[in-house]
Design a protein around this ligand. Structure first.
Ligand code: ATP
Ligand code: MG
Length: 360
């Protein structure tokens, strides 16, 4: 009797530029993982929603696009954005509506130095940099509210309104405290700019200290975002779990990725912790038009994001195995150029596939 597999239905949106290369690589790896370990399978459905298609047909997502996505167990996303389309059009055409409409109010961005890679910081060892940034993913500076008074005049005024709600802040704080509690150091650093921004940021501070009362076992500290950039560079070891707003965490996580070796390795999980909607997994990097189509994009951020997706759908052993395979490969020096290696996307992908087959 053949054992019945657990089937995980994945919506795949490769998007633009290197998003396509790294999504292909991630799908290949995931299929090898399932086949090698056994007991589960992935069923992929690919959506051709991209800037190229937008230029042809005038839309990124069809009107029922979000409804279509809701039927899946998880969403795998490559990247969106292309020089032919203004970035605010492409972002608001695809990725931001998905995050907002599917209630993915948490964005988890872990950073650490992988085996066989190094930080650009001179004395930073692997054990000195191990962070997880919890980004508020549904409101704040990316609320999309505001307006422009005149299209083109010397007196044009534009407003960009940040919306912060107690509900929105409380739920992200709670997720951040839970994350901090689950890690060995039980330490949470909260980032704002509440000296200069006296409404929303002050509410962040207030709610942070309120929620902190429920988590007496978690060590807390508070930073202003400007000082935080300095601390990340000069005292990386003093940080563990970090919680910040949509904009601040967006910026800090690019810095974090660079400090860990390359923007090409960093993963992200857009989570609906209630599990009422599918969550979405994507590397933090963009479509990188400068290296698109050259076959040299680092697929590690895509593999790490895939591992987080595998964990989210309940395949713990496979998730750990995938990360182990990735790090065994980087440890051997099989790396792309951004990490100082000489391999291309296909070379790294093939090495990780073989490593998975060796491990299991
Ligand atoms: P977005 O607006 O979507 O965040 P971005 O304009 O910030 O995009 P990215 O696409 O993230 O830019 O890329 C910044 C630079 O980092 C690229 O030009 C590229 O050289 C490099 N880069 C990004 N991702 C990778 C990768 N996976 N492998 C190698 N290099 C990368
Ligand atoms: Mg960017």
């Amino acid at each position: 009797v053949r054992e019945v597999s657990r089937i995980h239905r994945i919506a795949s949106i490769p998007g633009d530029g290197i998003g396509v290369d790294i999504t292909d690589a991630a799908v290949e790896i995931l299929n090898v993982l399932a086949k090698t370990i056994g007991g589960f399978e992935f069923e992929f459905t690919t959506f051709d929603w991209s800037s190229k298609k937008f230029l042809e047909r005038g839309w990124y997502m069809p009107p029922d696009g979000l409804e279509q996505l809701k039927k899946f167990d998880a969403i795998y996303f490559g990247a969106v954005g292309w020089p032919d389309v203004p970035d605010h059009i492409s972002l608001w055409g695809l990725i931001l509506p998905i995050r907002k409409s599917l209630n993915q109010y948490v964005n988890v961005r872990p950073t650490r130095i992988l085996e066989g890679t190094k930080s650009p910081l001179a004395d930073c060892q692997r054990e000195d940099l191990d962070w997880v940034i919890i980004r508020e993913n549904s409101e704040g500076e990316y609320s999309g509210q505001g307006g422009t008074s005149h299209e083109s005049s010397p007196h044009t005024v534009a407003t960009e309104v940040s919306i912060f709600t107690r509900v929105g802040i409380e739920r992200i704080m709670r997720f951040a405290f839970e994350t901090a509690r689950s890690r060995p150091r039980k330490k949470l650093t909260m980032v704002t700019k509440s000296n200069a921004q006296r409404h929303g940021m002050v509410l962040w501070d207030t709610v942070f200290y309120e929620v902190a009362k429920e988590y007496g076992d978690v060590e807390i500290d508070k930073m202003l975002v400007d000082a935080m950039t300095v601390r990340m560079v000069l005292q990386p070891k003093s940080l563990d779990t970090i919680v910040a707003t949509n904009l601040h965490a967006d910026i800090l996580s690019d810095l974090a990725a660079a400090l860990s070796g390359s923007i090409g390795i960093a993963p992200s999980s857009n989570l609906d912790p209630t599990r009422a909607n599918p969550s979405m997994f994507e590397p933090i990097h963009g479509s990188a038009p400068d290296i698109a189509g050259k076959g040299i994009a680092n697929p590690v951020g895509a593999f790490w994001s895939a591992a987080e997706m595998v964990r989210w759908v309940g395949e713990e052993k496979a998730a750990d195995g995938l990360m182990k395979a990735v790090e065994n490969v980087t440890a051997r020096g099989v790396k792309t150029k951004d990490l100082g290696g000489g391999e291309d996307t296909k070379g790294v992908t093939k090495a990780v596939c073989q490593e998975i087959e060796t491990l299991f």
